[in-house]
Design a protein around this ligand. Structure first.
Ligand SMILES: Nc1ncnc2c1ncn2[C@@H]1O[C@H](COP(=O)(O)OP(=O)(O)OP(=O)(O)O)[C@@H](O)[C@H]1O
Ligand SMILES: [Mg+2]
Length: 208
């Protein structure tokens, strides 16, 4: 039985160095860039290209990629609805810590359920949650099928696959959407450029 939230006699320990001081050190503002979309929509590709671009500009980021986290932090979880919810909750909590550390935390996960993503947004103080929706057609993702998972899902060999027999709930009010333009997907560099421009415009790439 889960005991999360059940502990008693818990106090908050104040610590001497705060977020503002860490941000000053890094000359940037801590935030979470949450990339959501279907499998194969390009979340990890955008996360990789964005972190490289930020690094080139001297900005510290860290990628929390859904696949990688399932090797460690979330290796006890499967893909049923409650496990997906717990998966996202944990990543939201870790992302919140990274943002508090002053980093630009890039979370790339399918995160199919709106309420789970919204719960992560709620965790972040001061609206420092930038939801990026990879709005790519299912046909494109399925055609790419980089991991061969759509093929298995269509053959009924994987159950509860997002977009096939498990729902994907698109964001209603996300900060950014990456779309095809004239039927063509932007290059990874262009996608990253769009996000960097947003971060620049909103002041995240300087501490004040
Ligand atoms: N902008 C792009 N232009 C061309 N190919 C792309 C682009 N984005 C992603 N791809 C290709 O599509 C495939 C899937 O991309 P990626 O692995 O980033 O998807 P994902 O959303 O992370 O999927 P998953 O949820 O399964 O991890 C990869 O082979 C990648 O190289
Ligand atoms: Mg991925």
């Amino acid at each position: 039985m889960s005991t999360v939230g059940n502990a008693t006699n818990i106090f908050w320990q104040e610590l001497p160095v705060g977020k503002l001081e860490r941000q000053k050190l890094l000359n940037q503002k801590g935030c979470v860039v949450w990339i959501t979309g279907l499998s194969g929509s390009g979340k990890s590709t955008l996360a990789s290209s964005l972190s490289r671009e930020l690094y080139t500009r001297g900005k510290l980021s860290y990628v929390l990629d859904g696949d990688n986290l399932r090797h460690g932090l979330n290796k006890d979880l499967g893909f049923k609805a409650e496990d997906r919810t717990e998966n996202i909750r944990r990543v939201g909590e870790v992302a919140k810590l990274f943002a508090d550390a002053g980093l630009i935390c890039i979370a790339s996960l399918i995160s199919p359920y709106r309420k789970d993503r919204d719960a992560c947004r709620e965790m972040l103080p001061d609206n420092n949650f930038i939801e990026v929706y990879m709005n790519m057609p299912l046909e494109l993702c399925e055609e790419r099928d980089a991991k061969g998972l759509y093929k298995l899902a269509r053959a009924g060999k994987i159950k509860g696959f997002t977009g096939i027999d498990d729902p994907y709930e698109p964001p209603l009010n996300c900060e950014m959407e990456i779309n095809e333009k004239d039927g063509v997907c932007p290059t990874p560099g262009d996608m990253a450029g769009e996000v960097v421009s947003y971060l620049e415009e909103k002041g995240y790439l300087h501490d004040q």
